[in-house]
Design a binder for this molecule. Structure first.
Ligand code: DGL
Length: 267
């Protein structure tokens, strides 16, 4: 029965949709329930305890939706308390940081890895810890990019201003000679072109989306929770805490269907 339950994802806004895209690719038979906390976005500048309580509140809501796995598709919320969510709730919960770290270590040749993320993620040092736990010899260079989320959410990615901002943020990482750059925020793959243009062709960009989807698949396989039913794909459900209109529009541009999003006011 539980096989027919959904995979739940949460983020502060549209960033987690980069993980949804990968789930659709790798697990096309699975139903998605998504929550974008658009009314309280951005999470990046908020204190960790606050982000942790927002994420817990959203997970509690998602658990009312018949879900079998939760993906915290937000680096800031993963950094703020993944172990706390895992200890509190009785179902598999995964984040996006470890998968990103693993993918980066597979790619780097010089063992000089850059990490960009929100102020919260960078201050937590979650990527450094994760990378160095897997390979203590790796050198990590981190940079917070607070304006990137706002550029993405406000559809300002393809503007000269976005290039200027990216040049300023990424300059120290270019100077450091990183050969691999982790896009440590699920919003950043949505401005990958600009980041790639600024970093140049010798730097490999890493998004944790694909690796996270692989981990979800591995867990569902191992726990015999994959949905096997053929035939019509059940409806995905999207919830937002703010007004649904702009979310729906942006989501439609990212996914190959137009999702219906419903507003949920969390108490
Ligand atoms: N997409 C999020 C992340 O991966 C959060 C962005 C934000 O709300 O600041 O960190």
């Amino acid at each position: 029965m539980k096989c027919n339950h959904a995979i739940a994802l949460l983020d502060s806004g549209i960033g987690g949709l980069t993980v949804v895209r990968e789930i659709h690719k790798q697990l096309p038979q699975e139903r998605i329930v998504y929550f974008g906390d658009t009314a309280r976005m951005p999470y990046g500048p908020r204190p960790q305890a606050e982000v942790r309580s927002f994420a817990s509140q959203i997970i509690r809501f998602l658990l009312t939706q018949d879900v079998k796995l939760v993906i915290v598709a937000c680096n800031t919320a993963t950094a703020a308390g993944l172990p706390a969510y895992q200890q509190t709730y009785d179902l598999p919960i995964i984040g996006v940081i470890e998968p990103g770290a693993r993918a980066a270590l597979r790619q780097t040749r010089k063992k000089r890895i850059g990490v960009i993320g929100t102020p919260g993620t960078i201050a937590s040092k979650a990527y450094e810890k994760s990378l160095q736990a897997l390979d203590p010899t790796v050198e990590v260079f981190s940079q917070a990019c607070p304006l990137f989320v706002l550029l993405v959410e406000n559809d300002l990615v393809n503007t000269p201003e976005a290039v200027c901002v990216a040049e300023k943020y990424l300059h120290p990482l270019r100077q450091a000679g990183v050969d691999t750059l982790i896009l440590g925020c699920t919003h950043y793959p949505l401005m990958e072109e600009v980041i790639a243009q600024v970093m140049g062709p010798d730097v490999t960009l890493i998004s944790s989306a694909a690796e996270t989807a692989q981990e979800a698949k591995a867990i569902l396989t191992q726990q015999q929770l994959l949905r096997h039913e053929a035939g019509e794909l059940p409806r995905h459900r999207f919830f937002v805490s703010g007004k649904p209109d702009s979310f729906t529009q942006q989501a439609a541009a990212l996914l190959d269907y137009r999702p219906e999003a419903y507003q949920v006011i969390l108490p």
